[in-house]
Design a protein around this ligand. Sequence first.
Ligand SMILES: *[C@@H]1O[C@H](CO)[C@@H](O)[C@H](O)[C@H]1NC(C)=O
Length: 372
Amino acid sequence: MRFTVATSLLAAMAVAKALQSPIQFASNSEPTLDQLWGEDWPFNGIQTFAHLNYTKCLVDPETSFDIGVIGVPFDTATTYRSGARFGPRAIRTGSQRQTSKRAFNTRAGINPYQDWAKVIDCGDIPVTPMDNELALDQMTKAFEELLLKRKNAVDGSGPPKLVALGGDHSILLPHLRALNKVYGKVAVIHFDAHLDTWSPSKYPSFWSSDQSKFTHGSMLWMANEEDLLSDDYNVHIGLRTRISGKDWEDYEDDDDQGWARFSADDIWINGLGGLKEIVRSINERIPKDYPTYVSVDIDCLDPGFAPGTGTIESGGLLPRELFYLLRNIDVNLVGADIVEVSPQYDHAEITATNGAEVAYQLITSIVKQGKK
Ligand SMILES: *[C@@H]1O[C@H](CO)[C@@H](O)[C@H](O)[C@H]1NC(C)=O
């Protein structure tokens, strides 16, 4: 009897002690500061893309990386609603539930942040909103700085791969200019509701200047004029906007610039079989080792999934269709972007979250293709 009472007393004291100090650590040894405070919840911390390490790469030539996420907060080449200069911030916010510890991509079978590649957030390119000629120069020089003068981490040979966060779609032109200096012409896979191969003369103004040619609907026309694009491997996916005039002249111009076109209807009309067929035809069209760029205008998605963008068009892709295509297109990816996220028109972070998912899938694809 006494024995039982004493045992119960000891047990009760142990419980009381445990209640006094409810904190328990996994190990008996003194924890390090990093163990105590090193890990963040998704809602903690300064917002870098996916909580990746941040280096302002443009001013730090010593930092090497394999994949750099680079913000390009520029939106003064828009033709309708502006606001995409806040896109990089919004996409970073939308990416906060991605952390390197919890980013295993079940569709790809890898965690892109814990694989061979060093992936970092390179910060933003400071771009003037006052003068587009100067802005285009700044962006061109910045992309050249990052692609021509930085070494990747794997073997010290350059260049790294960049995933650009727009900004309006015109930021593609300076990126292609810099890529041209590394790889020569590149094929562009262009997800968009719009062609963006429009000659500036298609815009409703009698007035023009050199600077007025540079718009988020003409940068692919400019890229073609500058001989940056592959002769005939380029592909549009998600088209559905109205075009000029009373016949197919815009499409004929687009043909002349070496593009194949898949409309938003092409994506769903034959179901999964149709999607697979589109993947097959793109993978067949672009030679395996040909340098290829993937550019995702968030307005390829239906406005229901991407209200926060400048030039919304009804009747677009579902996010799952976009991600299916991004995962299955098998090309030599040398650069990529996600553009036209304009958070002022967003609500519930829908567009920003889809934008962040696009960036994650693009990074996954670059990691998955291996060291090149
Ligand atoms: C960030 O940098 C720290 C310190 O260099 C390093 O230990 C950590 O692995 C890096 N994190 C990622 C996700 O690369």
